[in-house]
Design a protein around this ligand. Structure first.
Ligand code: AMP
Ligand code: MG
Length: 429
């Protein structure tokens, strides 16, 4: 029997090796519309105070608090978006709208509901605590000039994007999105829009991995199918290295005659690991390859490219993607939290353990009362994509003999960041 020369590494060690090899990409100035969920590469300081002038908090009347409850003569209007230039002298008031600059001379704004307006005169109701500053949002009360409002490493969500816009910034310095080249390998693979020849199957890994790259925040680049021929493998891989930040291949890494990828990775670069103690996904391989110019010389100016050679079986390639490639993409994007989020769930039924390898069992998580219950998606054959379809978690089962009974708790890695189906509804973890 042929034996692999690669030692089996644990999932944790494999992930640690990967994260040591992958650094956040340099910043690029990105328009706010394209910056959702991107990670800030630099701190952002407010160039000016917010609000930039003392502003009315309410619709009402700007006046002088020292005049007390006495009626005032209305001398004009100050609307938001303008500077009317009216001076509020003693005994006068100005009609004002929310957000408008406070006219000079006024030191308070009384709400329209808290005043009586009769014949061009306005009288504040007593007992509303009329004092300097009432109804006024002072200059710089939301943000002071020079204040750090966002920190490097923060993920830009709606509030952060709005914050940048409020400071007059139309673009943000965020870590670039990695271009992730996706190859399939194998003579048996056909495009889904072509008729199947004898012995052929459709290439499902490319669309799967393409979508998984996009979901992780990377920019997928479809690099097609590589046939099991040495010349083609070398030529296409070299082309891929020139255009992608990360490369993902599937197939060609097990122990078959035509599994040519690992020997090539050995010749061209450094194979960091060639087997992982896990089910599915044992042949998962991770290497770093230098970028070469057209004449084959190594380009010293460009850093070595990480390459993830995933197993060919559709479920194995997707599970290893989620455990290893997704964190690398997230690290390139600058995210601190790179790995899949994890919760504890209760087993909804008995699960058989594997004495040889820890298993990542595809499950559907349901919310029942205050707990999450994990239910298997059925046969876990690594060719059966249906075991991954509809799964929102990977139940981490330890390597051991025997079965785990229903009701015990085990960790589940979440495939869906925040939303889980429960009782037909979505619910937040
Ligand atoms: P390999 O790792 O190349 O030995 O492939 C393992 C199994 O996965 C074989 O049954 C292949 O036919 C299948 N396979 C490999 N690549 C793909 C792909 N892109 N789409 C669907 N099945 C694949
Ligand atoms: Mg193959």
């Amino acid at each position: 029997m042929r034996e692999s020369s690669y030692p089996l590494v644990t999932v944790e060690d494999a992930l640690a090796v990967i994260l040591r090899q992958v650094a956040p990409l340099p910043p690029e100035l990105t328009l706010l519309h394209d910056a959702l969920n991107r990670v800030l590469a630099e701190d952002v300081h407010a160039p000016a105070a917010q609000p930039p002038f003392p502003a009315a908090l309410v619709d009402g009347f700007a006046l002088r608090s020292a005049d007390g409850d006495a009626p005032r003569r209305l001398i004009g209007e100050q609307m938001a978006g303008y500077m009317a230039g009216i001076e509020v002298a003693p005994g006068t008031a100005v009609r004002i709208t929310t957000g408008a600059p406070i006219p000079s001379g006024a030191d308070a704004v009384v709400k329209v509901e808290q005043a009586d307006e009769v014949d061009g005169r306005v009288a504040p109701h007593p007992d509303q605590g009329l004092r300097p500053g009432l109804g006024i949002r002072p200059l710089g009360s939301d943000v002071q000039a020079g204040e750090r409002v966002l920190a490097a490493g923060q993920v830009l969500g709606p509030a952060e994007l709005g914050m940048l816009a409020s400071l007059g910034l139309a673009a943000a310095p965020v870590h670039a999105r990695p271009v992730v080249g996706v190859f399939s390998t194998g003579d048996e693979l056909a495009q889904p829009d072509q008729p199947l020849g004898p012995g052929q199957i459709y290439d499902s890994n490319r669309p799967t991995l393409w979508a998984a790259v996009a979901q992780a925040g990377g920019q997928p680049l479809d690099l097609g199918i590589i046939r099991d021929r040495p010349g083609e493998l070398e030529q296409k891989l070299a082309a891929g290295l020139a255009v992608a930040d990360l490369l993902v291949t599937s197939g060609g890494v097990s122990m078959g005659e035509l599994d040519l990828l690992k020997p090539l990775l050995e010749r061209w670069g450094v194979v960091h690991f060639g087997r992982v103690l896990m089910k599915p996904g044992k042949p998962m391989t991770f290497a770093a390859l230098p970028v070469r110019s057209a004449d084959g010389a190594i380009d010293p100016a460009r850093p070595a490219r990480p390459i993830f050679a995933l197993p060919g079986n559709p479920v194995s390639s997707l599970v290893t993607f989620q455990l290893f490639v997704r964190p690398a993409i997230r690290r390139s994007l600058g995210h601190q939290a790179a790995g899949l989020p994890q919760i504890n769930a209760v087993l909804g039924h008995e699960f058989r353990l594997d004495p040889e390898r820890p298993e990542f069992h595809r499950v559907t998580l349901r919310r029942e009362g205050g707990r999450f219950v994990a239910v298997s998606t059925g046969s876990q054959a690594s060719s059966r994509l249906l075991s991954a379809s509809g799964a929102n978690g990977l139940l981490a089962l330890e390597q051991a003999a025997g079965v785990l009974p229903a009701g015990v708790e085990r960790p589940v890695l979440l495939l869906d960041d925040v939303w889980l189906s429960g009782d037909g509804k979505s619910c937040k973890v």
